[in-house]
Design a protein around this ligand. Sequence first.
Ligand code: ADE
Length: 218
Amino acid sequence: MTFHIITIFPEIFNSYFNESIIGRAKKEGKVALKVYNLRDFTEDKHKTVDDTPYGGGPGMVFKVEPITRCVEFIKRDEIANDESTRVILTSAKGDKFSQKTAQKMSTIEHLIIICGRYEGVDERIADNVADAEVSIGDYVLTGGELPAMIMVDAITRLIPGVLGNKESLEIESHDRCDLSDYPVYTKPNSFCGWDVPDVLLSGNHKKITTWREEKRKK
Ligand code: ADE
């Protein structure tokens, strides 16, 4: 799967995506990440990506042309109009991103994520360019870069072969809507008087499974 991220802060993505599980998935070719600087798709010498809103009001609005040009470039030159491409616009007023959304998106070949910024994005992007507006929660962030990273992270770990321990994904996805999990502990078994539950030290796997199931339900 390839993620195409459109942003005015391309440097933000490197450090996070080169580390840990995502970094390994990239190195192993399980996912690819391409970041596009929106300013490269402007046509004026100041590389202007935003302007004042029609009708007045505070703040600046992302212009329609650079984003449209960038999405068209990606579709035409980078992915040759692949059928399963989806274009997402990050927005606090979008549809809520969930584990279910992540599952669905993990089967897409190319996901283009437009990172919104400032007070908004010209509505013609949502109307004509993006397939969906997606929010990561009921709070307003300064931009779409963190939402993009969160979506890429949640989707990438669902791609087959990305998680080292296949089992951890299998167990977890037992009931795809039930995100609860059981508590886990590691050594030492006692620290400052805080003890690991006896059952986990018992070696009785049946009891451990029952205990975990109860905790999960709770
Ligand atoms: N941009 C600003 N806030 C956002 C949110 N909660 N989700 C997605 N994009 C956003």
